[in-house]
Design a protein around this ligand. Structure first.
Ligand code: TMP
Length: 212
């Protein structure tokens, strides 16, 4: 609805630990934007619907074992296979709310001990987000929320390392939102940030590639 072909959509990324609330907040953001008449879609990575996504899914559910470098490159490939569609959507005025992106790729793989620069390399040339929202939660608090689905990375000790890796990655442009506030408050803060970003992109802010 309401896609203005003159203006581009915004690329909005949500990042955070497992159980930080990204997925619920992403769908709320989608409803919010649609309610305002904006053209918007909800995306997520990994996108498990593709062949590469199936390999990732099988790895995450411990049905297959893969070398750490190999799975890193598969996560990256899974973004590359969606890059041109992503670009088309943005160019034609659709805002994308993306649940995890390259920063998950780097944070989770570097938490295993792979070098940050090595992890970033295959992401170079993907589209750079217009807004990165980080849902900030202590690993212990996330664990308390329960509902870890038993996937490979859903363990407190590992999430602590991921949390540290996110700290290294983020810069001043990231919007850090306290994920332990009441849901409604988080929702409100995200809405304001996203709306401002959507407006800026509509006004002609040029798109960019990673890492910039
Ligand atoms: P999900 O629970 O959001 O579907 O993500 C699955 C897991 O994959 C989650 O623990 C984060 C991890 N992950 C990576 O390790 N690298 C990536 O590039 C992405 C997108 C996710």
């Amino acid at each position: 609805s309401g896609g203005n072909s003159e203006s581009r959509g915004a690329l909005v990324v949500l990042e955070g630990l497992d159980r930080s609330g990204k997925t619920s907040q992403s769908s709320r953001l989608l409803s919010y934007l649609e309610g305002l008449g904006h053209s918007a879609e909800l995306w997520r990575f990994p996108d498990r619907s593709t062949d590469v996504g199936q390999m990732i899914s099988s790895y995450l559910s411990n049905k297959s074992q893969l070398d750490d470098h190999m799975i890193h490159l598969l996560f990256s490939a899974n973004r590359w296979e969606k890059r041109s569609l992503m670009e088309t959507k943005l160019k034609t005025g659709t805002t994308l709310i993306v649940d995890r992106y390259s920063y998950s790729g780097v944070a989770f793989s570097s938490a295993k001990g792979l070098g940050v620069e090595w992890c970033k390399a295959p992401e170079v040339g993907l589209l750079s987000p217009d807004l990165i929202l980080y849902l900030d939660i202590q690993p212990e608090k996330a664990t308390e929320r329960g509902g870890y689905g038993g996937e490979r990375y859903e363990q407190l000790e590992f999430q602590k390392k991921v949390s540290q890796c996110y700290q290294v990655l983020h810069d001043a442009s990231w919007k850090i939102v306290d994920a332990c506030q009441p849901m409604k408050d988080i929702e409100k803060q995200l809405q304001e940030l996203v709306l401002e970003c959507v407006m800026t992109c509509q006004k002609g802010k040029p798109p960019a590639n990673l890492w910039s």
